[in-house]
Structure formats: structure tokens, C-alpha cells
Design a protein around this ligand. Structure first.
Ligand SMILES: [Zn+2]
Length: 306
């Protein structure tokens, strides 16, 4: 199917009548326009498949959705259509919030030795913000934001400092944070470069960043490649994204730094280095820091069979 057919078939499935603009995009990490199709069909919800191809960038090996709608589309999609497809409840369960607190506690301990004893922290896409609670108990000043109103309201009722907004629209002072957490929200972000350059501006030199993504190729590939994930990260693409925006990767791991309740995620931890520049980022890709098409494709094909 070509771009127009993809859009038609997708809108028919959802009953969307309005006109939205769909465009083919370049790699959102290295900007390269050379790409190769990776998967044609992805999941819209549990069992619904749609034709909405994923590409791999031939420059850096990043995996991303080949086409993108304008921003307003996604806003309306989540407001009007998404819950009808997934039948997800809008009610926040206390057990969800408690799990966030537990994960925050384990993450705090995992970062022992690289964090100052207290400081200022930002949780980007924090949902209800429970992850911040153990940090607050250790005298950290914590800020969070999330685009889902129900989660934000729940967190606010727990006296947490959360802004209801998309992280592209956040504003803070320059050189403000000692720690930034982005736990599983970059896949959903409309413009990761806007978010990362803001995070970079608001971070102090030598501050820490923690990225978590759904990139562990262990469970069904179908669940990774869904419409809500504009991209799928690997350790390589996480590290490149950090290097591009001014952090030196400290380590990447398959070990779950926030405990066992969200399995199959990957982590990359970095330290801000104000000396890093874009030239270094481009150089390191030219020198071979990239994911390999055949290796990733075989991994995902195997998973899809199982
Ligand atoms: Zn790329």
C-alpha cells in the first residue's frame, strides 16, 4: 500500500472523517532520509492489525514509524478514539500508584553511587508521579509532567508537583536539574528532539539522565511495534540520542533497574557533558555505531512466530 491507501484504510477502521496530513519522515535520531522497510503491519490494539510500516534508518539503525500525522491528529486520536479501541479504564488504581513508588525505590537504590545525596529531579512523562515519592523522602526536590489528565490529577491529589502537559511544552530554568528520568515515555513522544534538547538545556553539567524503553526483544514483537510507539529504542539508539543532546552514556543494561514489575524494558544511563558536540555524534555513527538490519530483523521475526 502507498501512503494514501494506508491513510484511507486506517481512517476507515477508526471511523475518522476529518482530513489529516500524513508525511514520510527522516530518522529522528540522525536525520538520514535513507531507510529500509522493517515491518509492514503493526498493532493498533490487542488484536487489531493495521498497515503502518516501520523503517530502519540506514545511517544509524534506528527503528521508527515511516509515516507521521500532524500533531493535532494524535491529540484527537487519544482523546476521541484510543479508549474506544483499547477499552482501557480511565480510573487510576491505588495499586498502580504503589507500584510506581516501589519502582522509584528500587531505581533510587540502583543509582546509588552516581547520584548526589540530594538535588533537583525531573520525571518526564511521570504519569501519576509515584516514582518521585522515594526521592522526595531523601530530600530531593521533584518535578514531573504528563499529557494524561487522569494520571496527573491522581498524582496531584497525593500532593505531587506535576504539570499537565506534553513534555515538548515544558519550561524550566537553565542548568536546573541534577537528575532527569524518562521512563518509558520517549516511544510515545511526538518530537523527541524537542524534548531532549529541552532536557539538555535544563540539566546541569555532570548531571545524570536515566532512559527506559520497551526495547527488549523478548516478548511478542507485536506488542513493541504498535501504533502508539512512534519508535522502538535499542541500547544503540538510546546511546546515540544521548550523545546527540549532550550526555555521555555511562552504561546500558537489560537488567531492570526499577525492579521486576515492568519486564522486558531496557535502560541507558548517561552523564551530562557540556563539551560534547554534534560533530562527535555524527563521527561516531560514521565510525560504525549502528544497529544491524539483519540481526534485528531475525530477532523480531523469531519472536513473531512464537
Ligand atoms: Zn538514523
Amino acid at each position: 500500500m502507498n501512503k494514501i491507501e494506508i491513510k484511507k484504510s486506517f481512517f476507515k477502521k477508526l471511523g475518522i472523517k476529518s482530513e489529516y496530513f500524513l508525511e514520510e519522515i527522516n530518522c529522528d535520531i540522525c536525520g538520514n532520509n535513507k531507510k529500509k522497510d522493517f515491518l509492514k503491519k503493526i498493532t493498533l490494539s490487542k488484536d487489531k492489525l493495521i498497515e503502518f510500516p516501520y523503517s530502519m534508518c540506514l545511517g544509524c539503525g534506528h527503528l521508527f514509524q515511516k509515516y507521521k500525522f500532524e500533531k493535532q491528529f494524535y491529540k484527537n486520536f487519544y482523546l476521541k478514539y484510543y479508549r474506544n479501541i483499547t477499552h482501557n479504564s480511565t480510573k487510576i488504581e491505588p495499586s498502580f500508584f504503589q507500584d510506581q513508588i516501589n519502582r522509584g525505590k528500587i531505581l533510587y537504590n540502583s543509582l546509588n553511587g552516581i547520584l548526589p545525596s540530594s538535588g533537583t529531579m525531573l520525571d518526564v512523562g511521570c504519569s501519576s508521579g509515584g516514582t518521585m515519592v522515594p526521592f522526595i523522602k531523601k530530600n530531593w526536590k521533584c518535578y514531573g509532567n504528563d499529557p494524561d489528565k487522569n494520571y496527573v490529577e491522581y498524582g496531584k491529589s497525593k500532593k505531587l508537583n506535576i504539570d499537565y502537559l506534553s513534555s515538548e511544552n515544558m519550561t524550566f530554568k537553565k542548568n536546573f536539574f541534577d537528575l532527569i528520568l524518562i521512563l518509558g515515555s520517549l516511544e510515545h513522544c511526538y518530537d523527541i528532539n524537542k524534548v531532549m534538547s529541552k532536557c539538555s538545556k535544563y540539566s546541569k553539567d555532570k548531571s545524570i539522565i536515566v532512559l527506559e524503553g520497551r526495547g527488549r526483544p523478548k516478548s511478542e514483537a507485536k506488542k513493541f511495534f504498535n501504533f502508539n510507539h512512534h519508535r522502538i529504542f535499542t541500547h544503540n539508539s538510546f546511546e546515540l540520542l544521548l550523545l546527540k543532546h549532550g550526555w555521555m552514556p555511562l552504561f546500558s543494561t537489560f537488567k531492570n533497574l526499577s525492579g521486576p514489575t515492568r519486564p522486558n524494558t531496557i535502560f541507558t544511563v548517561g552523564i551530562k557533558n557540556d563539551l560534547l558536540n554534534k560533530k562527535y555524534f555524527q563521527n561516531i555513527i560514521r565510525n560504525g555505531k549502528k544497529d544491524d538490519y539483519t540481526t534485528l530483523k531475525e530477532t523480531y521475526l523469531k519472536l513473531n512466530k512464537g
